[in-house]
Design a protein around this ligand. Structure first.
Ligand code: PLP
Length: 393
């Protein structure tokens, strides 16, 4: 009789993404006919713009449905380089660009290509769930740097400098941040990059939310002079409401891009050919939809923050970008609730509101609320949340 073999050790180093788990739990309740309000999903509620969808339909009709180069078509890589140059004044060529299966796979490829076992990676807290797991999967060591919510979760260069050791190989920055919505002070970020350059440390800038900044102009930490230090991990998912199309990218030194290309050649192969055509249209076509979405998110942010601030015991920072609020709800940790996971589970079970527990992002006092959902849903869900909290505080 055959016995079940244990899974490989590397699988035990990672856990299921909590954001995916919340989505699955909420979905299960919905299938049971429950009226769930979902604040868990980190994805735009807007449809993908029509011109982008049409480009995909055209691609199918023109039989653009076969393998492409592993790292994406020249056409799309050029469109990515051109768009980044136009928005941020960078100067990448297509050998310094690889198209990935979403921004998540850009981060995965970077960590697998650059980290050896024991290498340290500095990650500011709160962090996007995936960073921790992909660093662990590579055998690297996460070094977490706490930020202070009373300072708007801002990251100071001194905090990062204190965490640097001879083993530091990488720093991951994500501004605007998921989950806090914080936009880090640019002068501080530049100081961090200067130290990293000096010490030969890679800085990964996760620009997933780069265009969703509520005040001031979007910017990139990458510049032509910093090509050997700063690497961009980008995504079209949020910017163009294209989460399901799975198109992301890396912009960085040609050798790093080639390393990720090797990995991709034995794992995903090329991102979907049809989605690549759609992505070219997203980047080269009209950009108005991005501004429309941003204006709507700003309205929703103002509403959500005003509502949260009015709830007893709840404190919250005003997000400066992305589309998440990250309130501190720890005042309600009583009567069978001792942490953010239990808070989220009870909130879903009793009030049918799905949020993501802060422990997924490295803090236990908070929950993440995505406001990439309609005003009507926000109203309904926040009414329920208020009731749930008021009964405990
Ligand atoms: N980076 C951050 C900070 C994110 O929040 C996400 C998605 O939630 C991603 C990267 C990856 O997005 P995708 O794989 O859909 O491009």
């Amino acid at each position: 009789m055959q016995t079940m073999q244990a899974l490989a050790e590397r699988i035990s180093r990672i856990s299921v993404s909590s954001t995916m788990k919340v989505a699955a739990d909420a979905d299960k309740l919905r299938r049971e006919g429950k009226d769930v309000v979902d604040f868990g999903a980190g994805e735009p509620d807007f449809p993908t713009p029509q011109n982008i969808k049409q480009a995909a339909i055209d691609a199918i009709n023109q039989n653009f449905t076969k393998y492409t180069n592993t790292g994406g078509t020249e056409e799309l890589k050029q469109a990515i380089c051109d768009s980044h140059a136009k928005n941020y004044g960078t100067a990448y060529n297509t050998k310094e660009c690889i198209v990935t299966v979403g921004g998540k796979h850009a981060i995965f490829g970077l960590t697998q290509a650059l980290l050896d076992p024991g290498d340290e990676c500095i990650i500011p807290v709160p962090y996007w769930v995936t960073y921790k797991d992909v660093v662990n999967f590579a055998g690297g060591k996460c070094v977490f740097v706490d930020t202070d919510e009373n300072q708007g979760f801002d990251l100071k260069a001194s905090m990062v400098e204190r965490a640097i050791t001879p083993k530091t190989k990488m720093i991951i920055l994500n501004s605007p941040s998921n989950p806090s919505g914080a936009v880090f002070d640019r002068a501080e970020l530049n100081k961090i990059i200067a130290v990293a350059k000096d010490r030969g440390i890679w800085v990964i800038t996760d620009e997933c939310y780069d265009r969703f900044l509520y005040d001031g102009e979007p910017y990139s930490l990458a510049t032509p002079a910093l090509k050997d230090t700063v690497i961009v991990a980008g995504s079209l998912s949020k910017t163009y409401a294209m989460t399901g199309w799975r198109i992301g990218f890396v912009l960085g030194p040609a050798a790093v891009v080639a390393g990720i290309g090797k990995l991709q050649s034995h794992s995903t192969s090329n991102p979907t050919s049809i989605a690549q055509k759609a992505a070219v249209e997203a980047l080269r076509g009209p950009q108005e939809s991005v501004g429309v979405m941003l204006a709507e998110y700003k309205k929703r942010r103002d509403y959500v923050i005003a509502r949260l601030k009015a709830m007893p015991g709840v404190t919250v920072q005003v997000p400066q970008g992305a589309f998440y609020a990250y309130p501190n709800v720890s005042a309600a940790y009583k009567n069978g609730i001792a942490n953010s996971l239990q808070f989220s589970e009870k909130l879903l079970a009793e009030a049918l509101v799905a949020v993501v527990p802060g422990e997924a992002f490295g803090t236990n006092e908070h929950v993440r609320i995505s406001y990439a959902t309609s005003m009507k849903e926000l109203e309904r869900g926040l009414d329920r949340l208020q009731h749930f909290i008021a009964a405990r505080v």
